[in-house]
Design a protein around this ligand. Structure first.
Ligand SMILES: [Zn+2]
Ligand SMILES: [Zn+2]
Length: 153
């Protein structure tokens, strides 16, 4: 859960990829990681948006850790062959999603488009938030269940 903001301006995040981050850290996982690894910092989204991404870096990128809006996430190859970031999303209640796969957007350095592992496009997190089953069920009940099967995001 977000309980404050990091000096970088992002929400304070935690990551399974940064196990040494202290519980009460006032930094996001990405800033903490970079402070601990000054000689090998996380890749940035701007770097990934370079046109060289798949053509020249290819397999070297798979498994590298990236600063995704303050989250520390790995690059994976999805079943459709594309390189994406394996991310988890957080519900307002604090629940965490199973992995989704984020890809680059129209705006350089954003990576807001969310796919499943087969490469099926699901949503853009610029204008939608992920809800856990419990919260989306509550929302549906409140809305009179008008939407039917609500998308995951
Ligand atoms: Zn930060
Ligand atoms: Zn929830």
């Amino acid at each position: 859960m977000n309980d404050g903001f990091c000096a970088c301006g992002g929400a304070i995040t935690r990551s399974v990829h940064v196990p040494d981050q202290p519980q009460g850290s006032e930094q996001c996982a990405a800033c903490w990681y970079n402070q601990q690894h000054p000689t090998a910092p996380l890749l940035t989204l701007e770097e990934l948006d370079s046109p060289r991404l798949e053509r020249e870096w290819g397999e070297w990128l798979v498994g590298r850790l990236v600063d995704w809006h303050g989250h520390v996430v790995p690059i994976v190859r999805c079943e459709d062959g594309a390189l994406r970031l394996e991310v988890t999303l957080h519900c307002r209640c604090g629940a965490e999603s199973t992995p989704f796969y984020a890809a680059s957007g129209l705006h350089s350095g954003a990576w807001p488009y969310i796919y499943d592992r087969h490469g099926t496009y699901l949503a853009c997190i610029r204008d939608q938030e992920w809800r856990c089953d419990t919260c989306s069920a509550q929302d549906d009940a409140r809305r009179g269940a008008a939407m039917g099967a609500v998308l995951l995001l």
